[in-house]
Design a protein around this ligand. Structure first.
Ligand code: ATP
Length: 218
Protein backbone atom coordinates (compact mmCIF):
# COMPACT_ATOMS: atom_id res chain seq x y z
CA UNK A 1 0.00 0.00 0.00
CA UNK A 2 1.19 3.52 -0.81
CA UNK A 3 -0.09 6.12 1.60
CA UNK A 4 0.15 9.89 1.35
CA UNK A 5 -0.76 11.16 4.79
CA UNK A 6 -1.62 14.81 5.39
CA UNK A 7 0.70 16.13 2.70
CA UNK A 8 1.37 19.85 2.57
CA UNK A 9 3.85 20.77 -0.14
CA UNK A 10 4.91 23.50 -2.51
CA UNK A 11 7.74 25.80 -3.37
CA UNK A 12 7.26 28.58 -0.81
CA UNK A 13 6.79 27.36 2.76
CA UNK A 14 4.27 30.13 3.45
CA UNK A 15 2.23 29.39 0.33
CA UNK A 16 1.90 25.63 -0.15
CA UNK A 17 0.18 24.47 -3.35
CA UNK A 18 -1.04 21.25 -1.75
CA UNK A 19 -2.55 21.44 1.73
CA UNK A 20 -3.16 18.49 4.01
CA UNK A 21 -3.95 15.99 1.26
CA UNK A 22 -4.26 12.28 1.97
CA UNK A 23 -4.49 9.57 -0.64
CA UNK A 24 -4.04 5.81 -0.42
CA UNK A 25 -3.30 3.46 -3.28
CA UNK A 26 -3.85 -0.21 -2.55
CA UNK A 27 -1.60 -2.98 -3.81
CA UNK A 28 -2.19 -3.33 -7.53
CA UNK A 29 -4.71 -0.50 -7.55
CA UNK A 30 -4.83 2.17 -10.28
CA UNK A 31 -5.86 5.59 -9.00
CA UNK A 32 -6.45 8.55 -11.31
CA UNK A 33 -6.03 12.12 -10.12
CA UNK A 34 -7.99 14.71 -12.10
CA UNK A 35 -8.06 18.43 -11.62
CA UNK A 36 -7.64 21.79 -13.29
CA UNK A 37 -4.28 23.13 -14.33
CA UNK A 38 -2.20 24.49 -11.48
CA UNK A 39 -4.07 22.81 -8.60
CA UNK A 40 -0.99 20.89 -7.49
CA UNK A 41 -1.41 17.44 -9.03
CA UNK A 42 2.15 17.26 -10.34
CA UNK A 43 3.50 18.47 -7.03
CA UNK A 44 1.63 15.70 -5.20
CA UNK A 45 2.79 13.14 -7.79
CA UNK A 46 6.40 14.20 -7.22
CA UNK A 47 5.96 13.88 -3.46
CA UNK A 48 4.47 10.39 -3.96
CA UNK A 49 7.53 9.36 -6.02
CA UNK A 50 9.89 10.73 -3.32
CA UNK A 51 11.10 13.44 -5.72
CA UNK A 52 9.85 16.42 -3.70
CA UNK A 53 10.12 16.83 0.05
CA UNK A 54 6.77 17.87 1.56
CA UNK A 55 6.58 20.62 4.17
CA UNK A 56 4.37 18.39 6.30
CA UNK A 57 2.93 14.90 6.22
CA UNK A 58 4.42 11.57 5.32
CA UNK A 59 4.66 9.06 2.51
CA UNK A 60 4.36 5.49 3.73
CA UNK A 61 5.45 2.73 1.35
CA UNK A 62 4.23 -0.73 2.24
CA UNK A 63 4.03 0.28 5.88
CA UNK A 64 7.40 1.98 6.00
CA UNK A 65 7.69 5.78 6.13
CA UNK A 66 9.87 7.34 3.41
CA UNK A 67 13.33 7.85 4.87
CA UNK A 68 14.48 10.56 2.46
CA UNK A 69 13.79 12.42 -0.77
CA UNK A 70 15.42 12.41 -4.18
CA UNK A 71 18.95 11.09 -3.92
CA UNK A 72 18.66 11.17 -0.14
CA UNK A 73 16.05 8.39 -0.25
CA UNK A 74 17.40 4.89 0.38
CA UNK A 75 17.85 3.00 -2.85
CA UNK A 76 15.21 0.34 -2.12
CA UNK A 77 12.60 3.05 -1.58
CA UNK A 78 13.70 5.23 -4.51
CA UNK A 79 13.72 2.31 -6.93
CA UNK A 80 10.26 1.16 -5.84
CA UNK A 81 8.92 3.91 -8.12
CA UNK A 82 8.86 4.24 -11.88
CA UNK A 83 7.95 7.74 -12.99
CA UNK A 84 6.85 9.08 -16.38
CA UNK A 85 6.41 12.81 -16.92
CA UNK A 86 4.45 14.81 -19.44
CA UNK A 87 7.40 16.30 -21.29
CA UNK A 88 9.81 13.55 -22.29
CA UNK A 89 12.40 16.07 -23.50
CA UNK A 90 12.71 17.60 -20.06
CA UNK A 91 13.40 14.27 -18.43
CA UNK A 92 15.74 12.78 -21.05
CA UNK A 93 19.47 13.40 -21.18
CA UNK A 94 19.92 14.70 -24.76
CA UNK A 95 23.36 13.05 -25.06
CA UNK A 96 22.14 9.51 -24.52
CA UNK A 97 21.04 7.14 -27.24
CA UNK A 98 17.60 5.74 -26.45
CA UNK A 99 19.06 2.36 -25.48
CA UNK A 100 21.28 4.06 -22.86
CA UNK A 101 18.46 6.29 -21.70
CA UNK A 102 16.30 3.23 -21.00
CA UNK A 103 19.22 1.50 -19.24
CA UNK A 104 20.16 4.56 -17.15
CA UNK A 105 18.51 3.36 -13.90
CA UNK A 106 20.20 -0.03 -14.27
CA UNK A 107 23.62 1.55 -14.76
CA UNK A 108 22.96 3.96 -11.87
CA UNK A 109 22.24 1.00 -9.59
CA UNK A 110 25.44 -0.76 -10.63
CA UNK A 111 24.13 -3.49 -12.97
CA UNK A 112 26.47 -4.92 -15.55
CA UNK A 113 26.32 -3.93 -19.18
CA UNK A 114 25.15 -7.41 -20.24
CA UNK A 115 22.23 -7.33 -17.82
CA UNK A 116 21.29 -3.84 -18.96
CA UNK A 117 21.45 -4.87 -22.63
CA UNK A 118 19.28 -7.90 -21.96
CA UNK A 119 16.62 -5.89 -20.11
CA UNK A 120 16.57 -3.19 -22.82
CA UNK A 121 16.28 -5.93 -25.45
CA UNK A 122 13.26 -7.29 -23.58
CA UNK A 123 11.52 -3.92 -23.14
CA UNK A 124 12.14 -2.32 -26.55
CA UNK A 125 9.65 -4.46 -28.47
CA UNK A 126 7.13 -4.10 -25.64
CA UNK A 127 7.14 -0.28 -26.02
CA UNK A 128 7.45 -0.50 -29.82
CA UNK A 129 11.02 0.70 -30.39
CA UNK A 130 13.13 -0.87 -33.13
CA UNK A 131 16.91 -1.37 -32.94
CA UNK A 132 17.30 1.51 -35.34
CA UNK A 133 15.38 3.88 -33.03
CA UNK A 134 17.29 2.63 -29.97
CA UNK A 135 20.49 3.86 -31.61
CA UNK A 136 19.17 7.43 -32.00
CA UNK A 137 19.45 10.35 -29.60
CA UNK A 138 16.43 12.32 -28.32
CA UNK A 139 16.70 15.09 -30.96
CA UNK A 140 16.50 12.44 -33.68
CA UNK A 141 13.15 10.98 -32.60
CA UNK A 142 9.56 12.23 -32.21
CA UNK A 143 7.99 13.10 -28.86
CA UNK A 144 5.96 9.89 -29.04
CA UNK A 145 9.05 7.77 -29.69
CA UNK A 146 10.89 9.48 -26.87
CA UNK A 147 7.97 8.94 -24.51
CA UNK A 148 8.04 5.23 -25.44
CA UNK A 149 11.66 5.18 -24.26
CA UNK A 150 10.73 7.04 -21.06
CA UNK A 151 8.03 4.45 -20.30
CA UNK A 152 10.58 1.67 -20.82
CA UNK A 153 13.00 3.52 -18.51
CA UNK A 154 10.27 3.72 -15.85
CA UNK A 155 9.75 -0.06 -16.05
CA UNK A 156 13.38 -1.09 -16.28
CA UNK A 157 13.87 -1.70 -12.54
CA UNK A 158 10.49 -3.46 -12.21
CA UNK A 159 8.98 -0.91 -9.82
CA UNK A 160 6.21 -1.69 -7.33
CA UNK A 161 4.58 1.68 -8.03
CA UNK A 162 4.14 3.68 -11.22
CA UNK A 163 3.58 7.41 -11.15
CA UNK A 164 2.42 8.71 -14.54
CA UNK A 165 2.16 12.50 -14.57
CA UNK A 166 0.19 13.44 -17.69
CA UNK A 167 2.10 10.74 -19.50
CA UNK A 168 -0.07 10.96 -22.61
CA UNK A 169 -0.80 14.71 -22.75
CA UNK A 170 1.47 15.27 -25.76
CA UNK A 171 0.64 12.08 -27.62
CA UNK A 172 -1.74 11.14 -30.42
CA UNK A 173 -4.54 8.65 -29.80
CA UNK A 174 -2.69 5.60 -31.07
CA UNK A 175 0.50 6.27 -29.05
CA UNK A 176 -1.67 6.99 -26.00
CA UNK A 177 -3.46 3.66 -26.39
CA UNK A 178 -0.17 1.84 -26.94
CA UNK A 179 1.54 3.29 -23.85
CA UNK A 180 -1.47 2.84 -21.57
CA UNK A 181 -1.49 -0.76 -22.84
CA UNK A 182 2.19 -1.16 -21.94
CA UNK A 183 1.62 0.15 -18.42
CA UNK A 184 -1.42 -2.09 -17.93
CA UNK A 185 0.38 -5.19 -19.23
CA UNK A 186 3.22 -4.51 -16.80
CA UNK A 187 0.77 -4.04 -13.92
CA UNK A 188 -1.03 -7.30 -14.72
CA UNK A 189 2.24 -9.18 -14.72
CA UNK A 190 3.83 -7.47 -11.70
CA UNK A 191 0.91 -6.37 -9.52
CA UNK A 192 2.28 -2.82 -9.42
CA UNK A 193 0.04 0.03 -8.26
CA UNK A 194 -0.47 3.20 -10.30
CA UNK A 195 -1.07 6.89 -9.72
CA UNK A 196 -2.06 8.49 -13.02
CA UNK A 197 -2.36 12.27 -13.07
CA UNK A 198 -4.18 14.01 -15.91
CA UNK A 199 -6.80 16.30 -17.38
CA UNK A 200 -8.52 13.73 -19.55
CA UNK A 201 -11.47 12.41 -17.53
CA UNK A 202 -12.53 9.92 -20.20
CA UNK A 203 -9.07 8.39 -20.36
CA UNK A 204 -8.59 8.22 -16.58
CA UNK A 205 -12.07 6.77 -15.97
CA UNK A 206 -11.32 4.04 -18.48
CA UNK A 207 -7.78 3.42 -17.30
CA UNK A 208 -8.11 3.51 -13.51
CA UNK A 209 -10.01 1.58 -10.85
CA UNK A 210 -10.86 4.84 -9.09
CA UNK A 211 -10.56 8.53 -9.95
CA UNK A 212 -10.05 11.30 -7.40
CA UNK A 213 -11.19 14.75 -8.54
CA UNK A 214 -9.77 18.01 -7.28
CA UNK A 215 -12.06 20.87 -8.12
CA UNK A 216 -9.55 23.48 -7.09
CA UNK A 217 -6.52 23.83 -4.89
CA UNK A 218 -7.44 21.85 -1.78
N1 ATP B 1 9.35 24.40 -9.53
C1 ATP B 1 8.37 25.26 -9.16
N2 ATP B 1 8.69 26.41 -8.53
C2 ATP B 1 7.71 27.26 -8.12
N3 ATP B 1 6.40 27.06 -8.33
C3 ATP B 1 6.03 25.94 -8.96
C4 ATP B 1 6.99 24.98 -9.41
N4 ATP B 1 6.34 23.95 -9.99
C5 ATP B 1 5.02 24.27 -9.92
N5 ATP B 1 4.83 25.46 -9.30
C6 ATP B 1 3.53 26.11 -9.01
O1 ATP B 1 2.78 25.26 -8.14
C7 ATP B 1 1.40 25.25 -8.51
C8 ATP B 1 0.96 23.80 -8.74
O2 ATP B 1 1.68 23.28 -9.85
P1 ATP B 1 1.52 21.77 -10.34
O3 ATP B 1 2.41 21.59 -11.51
O4 ATP B 1 1.68 20.87 -9.18
O5 ATP B 1 -0.01 21.77 -10.78
P2 ATP B 1 -0.82 20.77 -11.73
O6 ATP B 1 -2.14 20.60 -11.10
O7 ATP B 1 -0.02 19.56 -11.98
O8 ATP B 1 -0.92 21.62 -13.05
P3 ATP B 1 -0.97 21.13 -14.57
O9 ATP B 1 -2.22 20.33 -14.71
O10 ATP B 1 -1.02 22.42 -15.34
O11 ATP B 1 0.28 20.34 -14.81
C9 ATP B 1 1.28 26.14 -9.73
O12 ATP B 1 0.79 27.40 -9.31
C10 ATP B 1 2.69 26.25 -10.26
O13 ATP B 1 2.88 27.49 -10.87
Amino acid sequence: MLELRGITAGYEPREPVVRDVSLTIGDGEAVGLLGPSGCGKSTLARVAALLHRPDAGSVVIDGEPARGWRHGAPREQRTAFGVVFQQPRQSADPRLRLRDLIAEPLRATGRRRAEADARVGELAPVVGLSDELLARRPHEVSDGQLQRACVARALVLRPRWLICDEMTAMLDASTTAALVGVVEAYRRESGAGLLAVGHDAVLLERWCDRVVRWERSP
